[in-house]
Design a protein around this ligand. Structure first.
Ligand code: SAM
Length: 275
């Protein structure tokens, strides 16, 4: 880091930023050592000091093998969702198909599906992906991320879960992945205020079957069997109080093998359901 940059970092720290974040902002915005870069840096620092998540201020963030563009139109991809990708890769190996078809429901920035495409391609597996979101804003970000990483075996559909997915694709997916909204309305008000910067639609779901925030997870579990191949698998993230309901819903929906995995923090987090 140059002397000028170190001085700027010091100024941002004095203004209240954490040293690590101040350094990242300087590295991101103060390129070219010109007045415009300085204006951009100060604008970014102001946004961060105002409480906006660092990921939105920087505008991109690493997720597994990818550097994803993120802004306030999409959820910031979470570390536990990186674990979901690992789980999905493992489950797909067990399905053992040469050219798997994957459905990513509620794709947001595109994180899960695009990471899967990228990592499968690095292993020589040419998968095809359908990324679905009800939000046209989210789909615009996901499309940009696919282009950014030259991931072309993907189509995008604006749909509420399966509603607008072409019926000819019923029974065709080897893997369905989803990280749907699962925070209940009442829980949302007590959560970290940083979440207020993210789209509420990406986080909050209605209650169902007596479980807070369970409706979207339940809808996906109920409808997924019809869209999977006979060996296909659903990998669905859910809230840490929803594991029991997710397992029960999966058995009732006709899945024959259902398990639930804990995340690194030991919280039940991911349903794995096989037809
Ligand atoms: C928790 S975010 C997950 C985003 C991304 N998959 C990730 O893991 O970072 C949930 C996503 O579901 C989308 N969504 C919410 N309700 C939906 C619905 N009824 N149908 C399809 N997508 C929906 C939101 O727009 C949001 O992008």
């Amino acid at each position: 880091m140059t002397g000028a940059n170190a001085t700027l970092v010091g100024e941002l720290v004095a203004a209240g930023l954490e040293p690590r974040e101040a350094r990242w902002l300087v590295e991101e915005f103060f390129v070219g050592d010109d007045p415009e870069a300085l204006v951009a840096l100060h604008a970014a620092a102001k946004r961060r000091l105002g409480g906006e998540p660092l990921q939105y201020v920087i505008g991109h963030w690493p997720f597994r093998s990818l550097d994803l563009d993120v802004d306030s139109r999409v959820l910031i991809p979470r570390p536990e969702t990186e674990e979901l990708v690992e789980t999905a890769l493992r489950e797909l190996v067990a399905v053992d198909v040469v050219a798997p078809m994957i459905l990513d429901l509620g794709c947001g920035s595109g994180a899960i599906g695009l990471a899967l495409l990228d990592e499968l391609s690095a292993r020589g597996v040419m998968a095809t992906l359908l990324s679905v979101d009800a939000s046209s804003d989210a789909l615009a970000v996901a499309r940009r991320n696919a282009l950014k990483h030259d991931l072309l075996a993907v189509a995008f559909v604006q749909s509420s879960w399966f509603d607008a997915v072409d019926v000819s694709l019923r029974g065709r997916f080897d893997l369905i992945v989803a990280n749907p909204p699962y925070v209940g309305e009442d829980e949302f008000v007590n959560l970290d205020p940083v979440l207020g910067y993210e789209p509420r639609f990406a986080l909050v779901a209605a209650d169902a079957s007596g479980v807070a925030g369970f409706r979207d997870v339940e809808t996906i579990i109920n409808e997924a069997p019809a869209w999977l191949t006979s060996a296909g698998v659903l990998v669905c993230e859910h809230g840490n109080m929803q594991a029991e309901a997710a397992l029960a819903a999966a058995s009732a929906a006709g899945f024959t093998s259902v398990t639930d995995l804990a995340d690194l923090a030991g919280q039940p987090r991911v349903l794995i359901a096989r037809r």
